[in-house]
Design a protein around this ligand. Structure first.
Ligand code: PLP
Length: 397
């Protein structure tokens, strides 16, 4: 069976060009980038080249790039690095719809005498600037709001939110794991994101390997390291550089920069819309979570009332289509997605929601195959549902 992968927000496939760039750094070029001999110098040059490519993707200085082990570490470094060592009781503002890498880090800080406010979102999944403005306090030290949501793809008005934080004298961090490589990001001193002080990026969401990420730290932002050891990454992240993964991330950044200049983003949006419209046209009592809000080009999150998302994910997987539900299995019970419930969905509708996230490799033929699979799979599960009554319009005569 040919498999169709529509779970790119969970992880993207590694691009062949990225693998080819990395391969020599596991075998011939295994030097430690801190060594002064030739092997070391070769590794250092490769790390520098990758840093350059990432700085070009983000329109920032190379000195503002810190390599980490991924999005989770970058988020934790941004929050703990700016807040943990503050003298006076500090205040952190974040949101109810963040990834757990921010949410749980914020909860941990809350247990260490940091005051934390979790901002609510609108039913579309947006954080309104007025909501942030009203939450600012004199001791607000950091505001952390994600760029694009991993479940719904909804894009926040980051430039406006960051400007509010700066006007109040607070730092601004954004988790851009689901935005990088999908949207142009310009962190230059006079660019649209000039008020963003810290930004998280993860390799495996932009066609590079898992276990590598970046924290952008704007010049003059003071950051205490979480890991203590060598002086790597300008003393902001100790540990021998993962040279091969860094090289892969650099290559992926180059490919993303080039892709953003092409018709690729518009074509991907058209594919996503074809999938979304096709499903909406053929399935009753179904809708888009986050409809009407700006969304990244590859993501659609749909609810299918009277269907358990988990059962639908499994049914589609058996037919060869990989998608995901937003719910988490905790202590044996399925918890509805915190993002969808924050948007005001009932727990039942949140548990009936599925995320389709396309990749740059998704084809129109794959979208059409998915369109042939989803409506019958939903219909079969609904036939088994005690709450489902076939709408009159769909009853065949
Ligand atoms: N932030 C967001 C929005 C994500 O989607 C993810 C991964 O799903 C992460 C952070 C964590 O990144 P990583 O898997 O590299 O630790």
């Amino acid at each position: 069976m040919r498999r169709i992968y529509m779970d790119a927000n969970a992880t993207t496939p590694l691009l062949p060009e990225v693998f080819d760039a990395m391969r020599p750094f596991w075998m011939e070029h295994y030097g430690n980038a801190s060594s002064i001999h030739q092997q070391g110098q070769f590794a250092r040059a490769a790390v520098d080249h990758a840093r350059d490519s990432i700085a070009r993707l983000l329109h920032c200085r190379t000195s503002e790039i810190v390599f980490t082990s991924g999005g989770t570490e970058s988020d934790n470094l941004a929050l703990f690095g700016t807040l943990e060592h503050t003298g006076a009781p500090a205040h952190l503002i974040t949101t109810t719809i963040e990834h757990h890498a921010v949410l749980h880090a914020a909860e941990s800080l809350a247990s260490r005498n940091i005051e934390v406010t979790f901002l609510p979102c609108t039913p579309q999944g947006l954080i309104e600037p007025a909501t942030l403005q009203a939450a600012i306090r004199p001791n607000t030290k950091l505001v952390s709001i994600m760029f694009a949501n991993n479940e719904t793809g909804v894009i926040q008005p980051i430039a406006e939110l960051a400007a509010i934080a700066h006007a109040a004298g607070a730092l601004f961090h954004t988790d851009a794991v689901q935005a990088a490589g999908k949207l142009p990001l310009d962190l230059s001193p006079n660019g649209p994101l000039k008020d963003v002080d810290l930004l998280t990026l993860s390799g495996h969401k932009i066609y590079a390997p898992k276990g590598i990420g970046v924290l952008f730290v704007r010049r003059n932002v003071r950051l205490a390291p979480m890991l203590h050891g060598g002086t790597h990454e300008r003393q902001r992240r100790a540990g021998t550089e993962n040279v091969a993964a860094i090289v892969g991330l650099g290559k992926a950044a180059e490919l993303a920069s080039a892709w953003l200049q092409t018709d690729g983003p518009a074509e991907l949006t058209a594919l996503r819309d074809r999938l979304e419209q096709g499903i909406l046209a053929h399935v009753a009592e179904c809708g888009v979570n986050g409809a009407g809000a700006p969304r990244v080009s590859n993501t659609t999150n749909l609810y299918f009332d009277h269907v358990e998302a988990e059962a639908l994910v499994i049914a589609l997987d058996l037919k060869g289509l990989a998608v995901s539900g937003g719910s988490a299995c905790q202590s044996g019970a399925t918890e509805p997605s915190h993002v969808l419930t924050a948007m005001g969905l009932t727990p039942a509708r949140a548990r009936a929601s599925i995320r389709f996230s396309l990749s740059r490799l998704t084809t129109e033929a794959e979208v059409d195959e998915a369109l042939a699979l989803v409506p019958p799979a939903v219909a079969r599960l609904r036939d088994l549902s005690p709450t489902w009554r076939k709408p009159a319009a769909l009853v065949s005569v």
